[in-house]
Design a protein around this ligand. Structure first.
Ligand code: NAD
Length: 474
């Protein structure tokens, strides 16, 4: 056996290597899946709802006891602001376990008892071993959603966090291992084409939940299709944030800034295309550009910081390259476009805002996944829908209007899995979150997760013996 490949984990704030992680090859993936299967057969599949609820609640409590440690690790390899990692994302991680503990207490099968001759019942069963693959932008919050949902419904799981930012998920796996029976949750590490691909292709993996880029999603969905495995694909976005002239201007402005620059601009649901009605566009653009230029860039540990580093050198170059290209294509520069001054180390870039002459610009069509806002003017409501829907993605749409009828029309016309009206990001775990078009297949949320992590079985029993036609009888 050759030596294991080691992967460097880099702190985006200092560019230093902070850990080296051994990559799990196909053999190690096989061992993890077999162990997960043994844990499934060995009791987790038939554990009572109360047992699973207790385990999930214990997990939530343990995460609560380790918030500081988990948040610090999360920040160390992502650049996420520590205050957000603590309050938002570690909190959300615990909440994911609590949520599914509550949810499974209310699940039930179905009974069709209309026929006088027989009764048919439909029960939901766990699928077996779930293969979970997560991205680097919100490793804990997104990874824990998958783990909590998978195990709540009686499955065991093997999760592969991003090779770029696995530290907090690895620690979460250790914390969970102290609470759950052995093998119920396992974390494996490595690059997508090695460890991830082996997990997806493994015949012992019964369902795949993936969050990441659209290109990767297509590859994984194809491989999963080969094995007839159900999938959830939570992919990228190029979400429109439509600001009508009837909007509450100040609230829309605050939310537009947050919508595109929160989490260092690296969010699938970022409102990265800001569509502003022409009558208010000059005023909005001026205010947005001034606020963008005033955003406080700093170390993720500094509580005053509003924008930390992007997650890697690759991301930094992608953001700055997209800016240069946008300007070349005729975009009007409004803010940013350079590496942030005053930082000798770290992947810090100034937040960018440009006005795009048209939605056809590459910056309006490609997901940049960084602190990069494109602003587009529109004249009529119809124009707004046509621009908003004029992308291959369809994750989220944001709408700002005080006109009730307009908000009703907007929610019908927008081609996205989620529409947020007069609110920035507002995640309701009970409701599905997922995209349409190239933003994905399926969703995450209460019933949406139940659909992926369980399968229905139909059972029919006659009420009494009935005559069975005798064939071949003499
Ligand atoms: P990515 O697609 O590069 O990687 C995601 C994960 O897939 C990583 O763990 C990676 O190792 C793995 N992977 C890569 N190739 C694989 C393969 N062939 N087989 C199996 N696994 C493979 O995405 P990223 O750069 O880590 O994350 C950013 C992307 O994630 C953005 O496009 C963003 O919009 C998207 N995202 C979507 C959501 C959502 O809920 N819709 C949430 C967060 C991020």
């Amino acid at each position: 056996m050759g030596a294991k490949v080691k992967l460097d984990i880099i702190d985006p704030a200092s560019e230093e290597i902070v850990a080296r992680i051994a990559e799990d090859d196909a053999g190690a993936v096989d061992a993890a899946v077999k162990k997960a299967r043994a844990a499934f057969e060995g009791g987790w599949r038939s554990a009572s709802v109360e047992t699973r609820q207790r385990a999930l609640r214990d997990a939530a409590k343990a995460i609560g006891d380790h918030v500081e440690e988990l948040a610090t690790l999360e920040t160390l390899n992502t650049g996420i602001l520590l205050k957000d990692a603590r309050a938002r994302y570690a909190g959300r991680t615990a909440r994911n376990f609590e949520f599914f503990a509550e949810y499974i207490g209310q699940t039930a099968g179905r009974v069709f008892d209309q026929n006088p001759a027989y009764i048919t019942s439909v029960r939901r069963e766990p699928v077996g071993v779930a293969g979970l693959i997560a991205p680097w932008n919100l490793p804990l919050a997104l990874g824990s959603m998958k783990i909590a949902a998978a195990i709540a419904f009686g499955n065991t799981c093997v999760i592969k966090p991003s090779e770029q930012a696995p530290l907090a998920v690895i620690r979460l796996g250790e914390i969970l291992a102290e609470i759950l029976p052995e093998g119920v949750v396992q974390v494996i590490n490595g690059r997508g084409h090695v460890t991830g691909a082996a997990l997806v292709a493994h015949p012992g993996v019964a369902a795949i939940s993936f969050t990441g880029g659209a290109e990767t999603g297509r590859r994984i969905a194809a491989a999963a299709g080969d094995g007839m495995k159900p999938v959830t694909m939570e992919l990228g976005g190029k979400s429109a944030n439509i600001i009508f002239e009837s909007a509450d201007f100040e609230r829309a402005l605050d939310a537009a800034l947050l919508g595109v620059f929160a989490n260092n601009g690296q969010q699938c649901l970022a409102g990265s295309r800001i569509l502003v009605q022409a009558s208010i566009a000059d005023r909005f653009i001026e205010a947005f550009a001034a606020r963008t230029r005033a955003i406080r860039i700093g170390h993720p540990h500094d509580p005053a910081t509003e924008l930390g580093p992007v997650a890697s050198a690759v991301q930094r170059d992608k953001v700055l390259g997209a800016y240069a290209e946008a300007i070349e294509e005729g975009a009007r520069p409004l803010a940013g476009g350079k590496r942030a001054p005053g930082f000798e180390r770290g992947y810090y870039v100034e937040p960018i805002a440009v006005e795009a002459p048209s939605n056809a610009l590459k910056a309006c069509q490609e997901e940049i996944f960084g602190p990069f806002a494109t602003i587009i003017r529109f004249d009529t409501e119809e124009d707004a829908y046509s621009i908003a829907n004029g992308t291959r993605y369809g994750l989220v749409s944001y709408v700002w209007t005080r006109d009730l009828a307009q908000s009703m029309r907007a929610q019908e016309r927008l081609e996205s899995g989620v529409v947020w009206i007069n609110t920035p990001v507002t995640r309701e775990l009970r409701a599905p979150f997922g995209g349409v078009k190239q933003s994905g297949i399926g969703a995450e949320g209460g019933a949406a997760c139940e659909a992926l992590y369980t399968r229905e079985k139909t059972i029919t029993i006659p009420r009494s013996d009935f005559p069975i036609e005798k064939i071949g009888a003499v």
